[in-house]
Structures are given as structure tokens and as C-alpha cells.
Ligand binder design. Structure first.
Ligand code: ZN
Length: 312
């Protein structure tokens, strides 16, 4: 098996109210709610996972909804600042009407790298984009009653990182992760890996005078990159450790195995395995329907459930 990074695995962000977050992503954006669990480091807080039918890597957006009144984040350098979703050609009109109807804040569609896109904000101020990708995206979208296959999101198109200087981060992408610089528009540098067709793009935006961002409500906490299995995960652990970047040991996240390190530009990166996946503790049909806890918290289930607000 070749040691390859296969694009984005998941993206994790911070939200305020759990119910509002759940409603926005599952109902307005129409993602499948694939897992309701808790923050493994803070079990009084939910950890929500949204994705396609199976929660395939490259479609998984996760949130820590810390509750109303948490500190608001601030966009800036050293963080992931935009999450891009791939949508079918010609679907942006549908989305504009939908955003109008649900009072979602959005910008007039624009074009970058020859692709039409629509920027919008989630209820906590997180910036996202729907992009009509110019390359083929054969991924099967999750359909809902009012968001059909011809307009539904297909998973990630790209992630954007904002940096004071892109050089060291670009070197991690190219020299360690196997990405290549494929295009540039002004201060936006587009990198992609040839190892996979979708969720393969990372955009680096260079803003030398931008002050450091603050990761809190409405911002991305970390970006996870995908590897096939544990053996490849440990290969990358060794490479990153050799660079002196302070990588964690392997951590069991129940649905995947992970390691974390802060890339030199300041963004928290994770590398995560495809195994074992989200059907390890629920059937495909029932994904997201029950509160799932890792074995170590099962004995405290009653107490944990009493701390969590009901969302559906
Ligand atoms: Zn993660």
C-alpha cells in the first residue's frame, strides 16, 4: 500500500447552540446527520457529525456545539477560514432561493479558478461556499425531501487556510502530503493532490499583515487529512516527528484513528484513517439516531444525557 494522503478526511468547527447547529446543517443544508456523540475530551458537550449517506471521508463536517453565549471567534491568519462544498452545475439558483427563504446570509455568486461559487454564513458566522466544480464529481449526494440529487452537496471541494506567509505550510503540503501547486489567482494559491479525485484541494491565501485569528465560536478548529489505514497513519507520524513538529501519539476516535500536529503556519492538522467508519456502533440505516458514547463513558450515560440539550 502506498503511503498517500487522500485529500480531506473531515473538518471540525465550533458552534454555539446545539439545536440551531443541528437544524442548519441537517435541514437547511441537507447533510445527513450521521453521528450524535460527545466531545471525548469534554463529555458534557456534544460532538455532531454530518456527511453523506455513509459518512465517507471527504464529506464529514463535525461540530462541537458548546452552547449559547460562548466566545465568538475572529477570522485571521493561522486558521482555516472557508469550507468549500461541491454542488452540481446550475444549482446555485436553487441555493440562493433557499437561503433567501431561511434568512441565511450570503454573497452574490462570483467566480474563482473558473468555477462559480456562492459564499454564505452558518448561524454562528462560519464561512462556507458552494462551488460548481469544473471537474467531474461522481460522489453520490445525500438527498432530503426538499433537496434532491440535482442540487444537493456532494462533499468537500476544498478548504482555505489564511496565512501570513504560505511558504512553510506549502512545503508540508507538497513535500510531506504529496500535493502540487496547480493554480494561482492573486494571493490565493491552489494546491491539490493527484492521489484522489475529490476533496483534493487546499487553497492557501497569503495575507502578510493579517493579525492572528482566534479559534472560538463560528470558526474551524482543525482540518483532518485522510489515509487508508493505521500503517500509513504511523508512516506519516514518523515523517512529521522527524520534522520536529510535535505530533501526538495515535488516538482512538472511535470512528477513525488519528494523530494531530500544528503545521508551521499555525493551523491544527489531523491525519485520520478510513477505518473503522461510522457503522461500527450503528447500522447504516440508523446512523445519527441515538446518542453514542465511547465505552469509557457508557457507565456515566445517565449523567451525561442529563447535561445535553435535546435536539430532535
Ligand atoms: Zn478531527
Amino acid at each position: 500500500m502506498e503511503n498517500k494522503i487522500l485529500g480531506i478526511h473531515h473538518i471540525t468547527a465550533i458552534a454555539g447552540g446545539a439545536k440551531r447547529n443541528f437544524n442548519f446543517y441537517s435541514k437547511i443544508l441537507g447533510l445527513r446527520f450521521i453521528k450524535k456523540t460527545v466531545n471525548f475530551d469534554d463529555p458534557g458537550t456534544y460532538h455532531f457529525y454530518f456527511g453523506d449517506e455513509k459518512g465517507n471521508a471527504g464529506t464529514i463536517l463535525t461540530f462541537f456545539p458548546f452552547g449559547e453565549g460562548i466566545q465568538q471567534g475572529r477570522k485571521g491568519s493561522g486558521m482555516a477560514t472557508e469550507i468549500g462544498y461541491s454542488v452540481p452545475k446550475g444549482s446555485l439558483e436553487f441555493w440562493i432561493k433557499r437561503f433567501e427563504r431561511h434568512n441565511v446570509i450570503y454573497n452574490k455568486p462570483d467566480v474563482k479558478f473558473g468555477e462559480k461559487y456562492l459564499t454564505f454564513l452558518d448561524p454562528d458566522g462560519l464561512k462556507l461556499e458552494l462551488i460548481e466544480s469544473k471537474t467531474t464529481d461522481d460522489r453520490k449526494a445525500w438527498e432530503t425531501e426538499d433537496i434532491k440529487i440535482d442540487v444537493a452537496t456532494k462533499g468537500f471541494h476544498n478548504i482555505t487556510l489564511t496565512l501570513n506567509n504560505i511558504k512553510a505550510t506549502a512545503a508540508i503540503l507538497t513535500d510531506v502530503f504529496g500535493y502540487k501547486l496547480i493554480d494561482q489567482e492573486k494571493n490565493r494559491y491552489r494546491f491539490a493532490t493527484p492521489a484522489i479525485e475529490n476533496a483534493a484541494i487546499v487553497d492557501l491565501v497569503e495575507l502578510p499583515n493579517e493579525r492572528g485569528g482566534h479559534v472560538a465560536n463560528g470558526s474551524v478548529h482543525h482540518v483532518a487529512f485522510r489515509v487508508k489505514n493505521d500503517e500509513i497513519l504511523m508512516h506519516f507520524r514518523e515523517v512529521i516527528d522527524t520534522l520536529g513538529l510535535g505530533v501526538t501519539t495515535q488516538i482512538d476516535r472511535q470512528y477513525f484513528h488519528s494523530l494531530y500536529f500544528r503545521e508551521p503556519g499555525g493551523v491544527l492538522f489531523e491525519i485520520a484513517t478510513e477505518n473503522p467508519g461510522f457503522t461500527i456502533d450503528e447500522t447504516l440505516e440508523n446512523l445519527g439516531t441515538a446518542l453514542k458514547l465511547p465505552p469509557k463513558y457508557e457507565t456515566s450515560r445517565e449523567q451525561i444525557e442529563s447535561l445535553l440539550v435535546k435536539i430532535n
